[in-house]
Unconditional design. Structure first.
Lengths: 501, 156
């Protein structure tokens, strides 16, 4: 009966339409260089507020699945990764196009994305409920530990300089401190007398201001960049031949496992997953020398892995309430706005909604594949929309979306500040992911820390408890410390490790 | 040098905010450390890493240019200024009018910047008509379908 209810809630015309709409929009954002899935999800947040939980989940899952996969189009045809997840796809995808095999590369990429997404959705179905049962014993101290660990790992594993990652994270945490304090709700912190800041900064304004606008503004200087399109054979539905499916199956499976595992670990996402799967595929290949010169195994590995991170990232999100990547961090924000309690309580108190979310990911993956396979050649042409039209229109969408959240123009004023901040951080290689996650998780960290102190008496009482929270707390301190030490040239020499490049 | 200035500004701002934390109200019943606890922890954390980064820059003598001023040059300056003025103008002028003006200016200037001319009369007409249609659709979608109240400005 439960299963029937799940099917009923998703398999109705409105929800199916929203999944398809999400897949199309996500694919578009993933395909256009400079835009990405977190931006697409952030833009959809104001729309989801007007919907019931199930339709909004369908829309968001569609965007998520479509967005991660959308980057393969520009990566293969233009050598421009639409998203960070598609960087490894360019290594062999574009050379395949140069050899006249652009259609084959797109077809393979679309199927590989579908396989990776479905595989990780199965893992989500299998792993999320047991993780939920385990997490039911989580109290405020355990939540504090897990969110602190997530934040710590994001900053350690974020691309670029670790110190920059921590600075970025610190700024995000500080931005979250603005407004009324949690627990007591007495103090209005850093509002400077402005009552509009008492609820803090709007998350949408921050995400769009820091993520979307800097790239849009930066593209204003690249209006004359001409994008030339390669030839794509005309067909109705581009399906991978059975022989190729059989040949690539070990690669698909291996890459999907890598992607799912990396997706579970907070902070990594599709980019590292694609790279690691690509390297693994090269090691296991019978023709490793062909990698980088148009080897289809490279495309299959990268695309399977980056789509497999979606289900993997949803596992900690649904089971523990901890985001697996930046997009799931924003999705948590969307779920919170809908009143969906993300974490172990979701599968226990709202099992129907929990299964609905997982089923929506299955359907989204199927729709994503059907959509991509049937519109490959059209999608390629849409990338050619001139930036002189695209950037202003997207900026209007962004501003409208920010205002629409709270019907408050002040949020748009705040976005101006975050545009400048985001531009400076992004252009100077300060990773943005720790900033966003710091802002999203900062409230949870503070609230649970203070609750723990209230419950156990003192902070030292919390730390001395024999619990998962204490383990996570020490891991959150040890992992960055060890990582920093291993980055040090002197210590690497002492341990006889190879120097870092 | 630019990055050191940026980090220095952040450092000073954090120091000022830290001084403000001592004036936060605290309930006598609150045993959790008060409203100032977490901000103070975050600011100290940030100050440490800001100082560390400044020291690293000075020690390694990094010569990578700090990107900031390019935001205020060329088309980036134009687009950024237009965007800021658009956001400021939405409330007093109204969403529809400010968006139309913004898109008319930005898209046409971008067109000129890309092509070197304003285009023939037909393309000008089509381009600007599409802008009006787009804004109308946006307003209809948000106001009628999503029931979002967008500022009407002096038309209210």
């Amino acid at each position: 009966m439960d299963l029937l209810q799940v099917f009923q809630s998703v398999l109705n015309p409105f929800c199916l339409f929203l999944i398809l709409l999400g897949v199309v929009a996500g694919n578009l954002f993933g395909a256009i260089p400079g835009l990405n899935t977190p931006i697409a999800v952030a833009l959809a947040l104001p729309f989801t507020m007007a919907m019931d939980p199930v339709p909004s989940v369908c829309l968001i899952m569609g965007i998520y699945m479509g967005g991660v996969s959308g980057g393969l189009i520009s990566a293969i045809l233009l050598r421009i990764p639409g998203t960070a997840a598609s960087v490894a796809t360019t290594f062999d995808g574009y050379p395949m196009t140069m050899k006249g095999k652009g259609t084959e590369a797109l077809t393979l990429g679309a199927f590989a994305s579908f396989f990776g997404g479905i595989f990780s959705s199965f893992m989500l179905l299998l792993l999320a409920p047991p993780l939920s049962q385990l997490a039911i014993g989580f109290g405020p101290w355990e939540y504090f530990g897990s969110t602190l660990l997530a934040l710590s790992m994001v900053s350690v594993l974020a691309k670029g300089n670790q110190v920059k990652g921590y600075i970025s994270m610190g700024i995000g945490l500080l931005a979250k401190c603005v407004g009324m304090s949690p627990i007591d709700g007495i103090a209005t912190r850093f509002t400077f007398g402005n009552y509009q800041l008492e609820n803090g900064f709007n998350l949408i304004a921050i995400v769009i201001g820091v993520f979307a606008f800097p790239e849009i503004v930066n593209n204003a200087a690249k209006l004359k960049t001409v994008i030339s399109l390669s030839e794509v054979k005309k067909k109705f539905f581009y399906m991978l031949p059975k022989a190729d499916i059989k040949r690539h199956m070990p690669n698909f499976l291996r890459s999907s496992v890598i992607g799912t595992v990396i997706g579970i670990l907070p902070g990594l996402g599709g980019g590292p997953a694609g790279m690691m799967a690509y390297s693994a595929a090269q090691k296991f290949s019978k023709t490793p020398e062909e990698f980088g010169q148009g080897c289809d195994e490279g495309v299959a590995a990268s695309e399977s892995a980056n789509n497999a991170t979606t289900g993997g990232a949803l596992i900690p999100m649904l089971a523990l309430g901890v985001p697996g990547d930046t997009t799931t961090a924003i999705i948590i924000g969307a779920f919170v706005m809908q009143g969906i309690p993300v974490g172990p309580q979701l599968s226990i108190n709202m099992p129907l909604l929990f299964r609905t979310i997982i089923f929506a990911t299955f359907v989204a993956n199927i729709f994503m594949f059907i959509y991509q396979a049937s519109t490959l050649r059209f999608m390629a042409k849409m990338i050619q929309v001139p930036r002189m039209y695209l950037m202003p229109i997207i900026s209007v969408f962004c501003v409208t979306g920010i205002i629409a959240v709270n019907n408050n123009i002040f949020d748009a004023y705040c976005a101006i500040f975050f545009i400048v901040l985001g531009y400076i951080l992004d252009r100077n290689d300060y990773p943005i992911a720790p900033f966003i996650l710091g802002n999203i998780l900062g409230g949870l960290i503070e609230e649970n820390l203070r609750r723990s102190i209230v419950y156990y008496g003192t902070f030292s009482s919390c730390v001395s408890r024999f619990s998962v929270g204490t383990l996570f707390f020490f891991m959150a301190i040890l992992i960055p410390t060890v990582s920093a030490c291993l980055s040090s040239g002197r210590i690497r020499a002492l341990l006889r490790l190879k120097p870092l490049k | 040098m630019g990055e050191i200035i940026f980090l220095g500004i952040l450092f000073l701002a954090c120091s000022y905010l830290f001084s403000l934390t001592f004036s936060f109200q605290t309930s006598v019943l609150d045993k959790s450390g008060g409203a100032a606890l977490f901000p103070q922890i975050v600011i100290i954390f940030l100050l440490i890493f800001l100082a560390l980064r400044i020291i690293l820059i000075l020690r390694t003598k990094e010569k990578k240019p700090f990107v900031f001023l390019e935001l205020f040059q060329g088309m980036r300056l134009f687009f950024f200024t237009a965007l800021v003025l658009y956001i400021i103008a939405i409330k007093p002028v109204g969403y529809v009018i400010s968006t139309i003006i913004y898109l008319l200016i930005v898209i046409n200037v971008f067109y000129y910047s890309t092509r070197g001319n304003w285009g023939n009369p037909k393309s000008i007409l089509i381009r600007n008509t599409c802008i009006f249609a787009f804004v109308f659709l946006m307003n209809t979608f948000f106001a009628s379908m999503l029931k979002v109240l967008l500022p009407q400005g002096f038309l209210a």
